[in-house]
Design a protein around this ligand. Structure first.
Ligand code: SAM
Ligand code: SF4
Length: 351
């Protein structure tokens, strides 16, 4: 390993770092933190073989274990020196982290960060949007799985559809670009809304991504039968619209993108379960409690926090990052007998 890049043993060079700034959340999405009665009913009704209530495999991390802004900035700086170009702040719900705009300003000021983005459920964005924009946030993705207030509440555990729609509008008014929307589609839960969500993307002239349900929920209730394969979603959309395939910007793009024939809006299909794209994965993750994850489905986490809080030099930390990346898994094993769901949920890992 002589290059000053983050290269793994399968020949991939990592360019994208996802930084979780908190493991906490103000939503309880059925596919992430399924703790609500609605979630229990949804899974119980379908899976009689499942225990009545499954143990929840997570708890909030104490504040002492959460990386400070100084620590996050240091890791990002070192990662950028090792070739990382894109930074996405996520969580948990990143807008729950106090003074997040200060972290945005620090990262935006680092030379070499070509792309700084945030993923949010949007609930708190009306209060925080202007400060985040002023701090240098360019891009934002909002999660929006339903356009029906009752179904939105069933899925997220929160009566928040109006707030999220207002956030999408506000982000555009603030000049953020692109403002994207992510929708996780689950069979029997919101697959009847696929067409309406696509119409929304078109009416609002927004890029919308349909994401397959991945086995990353805290209660480990994921079942293959609940996954709506991207190809099935596409067939439904093509039955209604003349869609034109969009050119790939680069090989590491996770979404297969389509545009409407009149150029308004854009649809993307992210199909990690039915059509894995591991061979081109260029991502690395830093959890809120300072663990490095080389794959969403890693069962091993690498403890950077202890090293950050010891007297490790920048060179030592960089060498550690390189050695960890070298071990990046070649692919995930969803659907194979040896697949083991990671202990921690997407909210802890940072989606
Ligand atoms: N709280 C923010 C939000 O929901 O946008 C950011 C963190 S969330 C973990 C990031 C993304 O992961 C969201 O788009 C969410 O829909 C997605 N996600 C969470 N659990 C998932 C699962 N089991 N399968 C697929 N996507 C999931
Ligand atoms: Fe939902 Fe995001 Fe919170 Fe998970 S972290 S419960 S996906 S809002």
């Amino acid at each position: 390993m002589t290059s000053a890049l983050l290269v793994d043993s399968h020949g991939r060079t990592l360019r994208d770092l996802r930084v979780s700034v908190t493991d906490r959340c103000n939503f309880r999405c059925l596919y992430c933190l399924p703790e609500t009665e609605a979630a229990q009913n949804f899974y119980r009704g379908r899976w009689a073989t499942q225990p009545e209530s499954k143990p929840i495999a997570w708890q909030w991390q104490p504040k002492s274990k959460i990386l400070t802004f100084e620590e996050i900035e240091r890791v990002v700086r070192l990662a950028v020196n090792l070739g990382i170009q894109k930074i996405r702040l996520t969580g948990g719900e990143p807008l729950l982290r106090q003074n997040l705009e200060q972290l945005v300003a620090r990262i935006a000021a680092l030379p070499g960060v070509t792309d700084l983005a945030l993923t949010s459920n949007g609930f708190l964005f009306p209060q925080k949007g202007a400060a985040l924009r002023a701090a240098g946030l360019q891009r934002i993705s909002f999660s929006l799985d339903s356009l029906d207030p009752a179904n939105f509440k069933r899925i997220t555990g929160r009566d928040g559809l109006a707030e999220v729609l207002a956030s999408i509008r506000l982000a555009r008014e603030l000049g953020m670009h692109p403002v994207k929307v992510n929708a996780v589609i689950i069979r029997g839960l919101n697959d009847h809304e696929i067409e309406a969500l696509a119409e929304f993307a078109r009416a609002e002239d927004l890029p919308l991504r349909f994401i397959e349900f991945m086995p990353l929920d805290s209660a480990h209730s994921w079942q293959k039968e609940l996954v709506m394969p991207g190809r099935e979603i596409l067939a439904r959309l093509q039955a209604r619209h003349a869609l034109v395939p969009a050119l790939r910007v680069n090989q590491s793009e996770t979404a297969r993108r389509w545009t409407f024939a009149d150029g308004r809006g854009e649809l993307g299909l992210i199909s990690p379960v039915s059509e894995p794209f591991c061979g081109h994965c260029n991502r690395l993750r830093l959890t809120a409690d300072g663990k490095i994850r080389t794959c969403l489905f890693s069962v091993t986490e690498h403890d950077l926090r202890t090293r950050l809080r010891s007297a490790a030099t920048d060179d030592e930390l960089s060498a550690y990052l390189q050695s960890v990346v070298w071990q990046k898994e070649d692919r995930h094993h969803i659907g194979e007998p040896e697949f083991a769901q990671p202990e921690r949920s997407m909210s802890c890992i940072g989606g």
